[in-house]
Design a protein around this ligand. Structure first.
Ligand SMILES: NC(=O)c1ccc[n+]([C@@H]2O[C@H](COP(=O)([O-])OP(=O)(O)OC[C@H]3O[C@@H](n4cnc5c(N)ncnc54)[C@H](O)[C@@H]3O)[C@@H](O)[C@H]2O)c1
Length: 350
């Protein structure tokens, strides 16, 4: 029998409710028996306020070299109005570690969580793949004559052939690996003709390499309408950074809100990062009231990414049961605290 290799996980609980939900996610992973070891880093607003540091100079290289994956809670704190620590740690990971595919599963666990009339779990089960390293998020642009009536502001939308191609290919590979039959690319190529033209051409070219998968297209405004009217038709959706950012929040609202949504920031073959979708929710922090399911689901995604599928499935099954039986926090209809909800899920997993 070959020895089981223990996967090394870097853990960054971060700020606010991140510090509450991440220990609960670790508890559930431990209960699953998954062969993983955790190393915690205190990169956070507390640390920044204490010694002015965000992430050590070789931090990203160290993570890539020494760890198989990273689990992050949330970053952002009102005591640091610039949120410089959050930008350097979180955006730093995405950009400097080149985690170009943001993967956001959108799965309705129970009909009680959906604001749509008569929607059943089988009606909403798709994944959004958001480009994570380009677009309007590169902080390129400028302003001219600021504060005057003649002010001009520009914000550049950067789309590289390499960046577009690799994320579209990721979406098709993801669809293939998950046994999905459709990939939809969304853009606004009718008015954003240069960037949209690139996305259109690359999408058609890449699709030819995946004959078993039907390529589809919708303008992003039409897609918003269709996601609410008839979400059943979607399997995998690929989008640029900005459209993906907006669509994923709309999608989260269809399946129970921020407390249960999880995401992966992935570069295949490299150390990738997993996190709940929510932020640090300062007003909720310290009350044992934050929903731990987003963080637990992110940990399950991480295990699946590391090839530890049986453990991931055990955890996903327990989450489903918790939601069905309302063994949850109040945002998704239960009456448990953060710790009690995670303890219940850990018990199911055990
Ligand atoms: N990935 C991240 O780390 C990330 C993401 C978004 C926001 N932020 C940061 O977090 C801080 C707060 O931002 P925000 O208020 O816009 O977003 P937020 O996600 O922290 O909170 C938005 C709303 O959702 C609720 N909510 C969030 N997570 C929840 C949970 N687990 N259980 C129950 N309810 C939950 C909050 O109470 C709040 O009403 C800011 O500093 C922001 O920059 C960080």
């Amino acid at each position: 029998m070959s020895p089981v290799t223990t996967k090394k996980i870097a853990v960054v609980p971060g700020d606010g409710i991140g510090q509450e939900v991440i220990p609960q996610a670790l508890k559930v992973v431990r209960a699953s028996g998954a062969p993983v070891g955790f190393t915690e880093f205190d990169w956070s607003a507390d640390r920044y306020l204490r010694d002015g540091s965000t992430i050590p100079p070789d931090g990203f290289a160290m993570l890539a070299r020494e760890f198989d994956a990273i689990l992050v809670g949330a970053l952002g704190d009102p005591r640091v109005p610039s949120n410089i620590h959050a930008k350097e740690i979180l955006l730093g990971m995405r950009f400097q570690m080149d985690l170009y595919a943001n993967v956001r599963p959108v799965r309705l666990l129970d009909e009680s969580l959906c604001p749509l009339k008569d929607a059943r779990p089988e009606d909403i089960d798709f994944t959004i793949i958001r480009e994570n390293t380009e677009g309007v998020y590169l902080d390129m642009g400028g302003s001219f004559k600021p504060g005057t009536p003649d002010e001009v502001a520009t914000q550049e939308d950067i789309n590289t052939r390499k960046g577009v191609e690799r994320v579209i290919r990721f979406a098709f590979d993801y669809a293939r690996a998950q046994g999905r039959r459709r990939v939809l690319m969304t853009d606004k190529s009718n008015v954003m003709t240069y960037a949209g033209g690139l996305w259109q051409r690359v999408f058609k070219e890449v699709a030819q390499g995946y004959p078993e998968i039907a390529p589809q297209h919708m303008y992003v405004d039409a897609l918003c309408l269709a996601m609410v009217r008839e979400p059943r038709q979607f399997e995998v959706i690929g989008a640029n950074n900005l459209f993906g950012d907006i669509l994923t929040d709309l999608a989260a609202a269809l399946v129970g809100g921020l407390g249960v949504a999880a995401s992966g920031n992935i570069h295949p073959g490299r150390t990738s990062m997993f996190e709940p979708v929510h932020g640090s929710a300062p007003a909720l922090a310290g009350k044992n009231a934050a929903n731990p399911i987003g963080a637990i689901a992110a940990a399950a995604m991480m295990l699946a990414h590391l090839g530890l599928n049986p453990y991931a499935q055990k955890i996903e099954g327990a989450i489903l049961e918790a939601v069905r039986q309302k063994k949850t926090t109040s945002d998704v209809g239960g009456s448990l605290g953060t710790r009690e909800c995670a303890e219940w899920i850990a018990g199911q997993v055990r």
